[in-house]
Design a binder for this molecule. Structure first.
Ligand SMILES: [Zn+2]
Length: 130
């Protein structure tokens, strides 16, 4: 995990997108702290909840827990926009990291290799050029 964190007290610049917790989808402006990971973020509230869950006796293996979650159609539909928003934010972070790499002089060939894709595919996906 990266050591960078942002505080709700520091307002982002006008062009800077507001980052949101990947777990609860709350924007950085609505939480006390947002800690950055590789393309994802977690807020202080989710960290506190995770700390409680980790301290509690284990309920089962993570794979078992995922299978046990049964959502109604309405719950599932309400969850979809949050998953899509998290996915979009991760994509935005990935693009930002790739562009930083380009500014540092890393070739499209090496970026593509790191992502398991061709140089051409990396360029088409991240360059922003047509
Ligand atoms: Zn959160």
């Amino acid at each position: 995990m990266q050591s960078s964190a942002t505080s709700a007290a520091s307002a982002p610049a006008a062009a800077e997108p507001v980052m949101a917790c990947t777990f609860c989808a709350k924007p950085s402006t609505e939480v006390g702290r947002l800690v950055a990971g590789p393309g994802v973020f977690i807020c202080n509230e989710c960290v506190a909840l995770c700390t409680e869950l980790i301290a509690a006796p284990p309920v089962g293996e993570p794979r078992e827990l995922v299978r046990k979650i049964e959502l109604s159609d309405e719950e599932l539909l309400a969850h979809l926009p949050r998953v899509a928003a998290a996915s979009a934010q991760v994509e935005q972070q990935l693009t930002s990291f790739v562009r930083q790499g380009r500014r540092q002089g890393i070739t499209w060939t090496r970026i593509g290799a790191a992502l398991g894709m061709t140089r051409q595919s990396a360029w088409e996906r991240f360059s922003g050029e047509e």
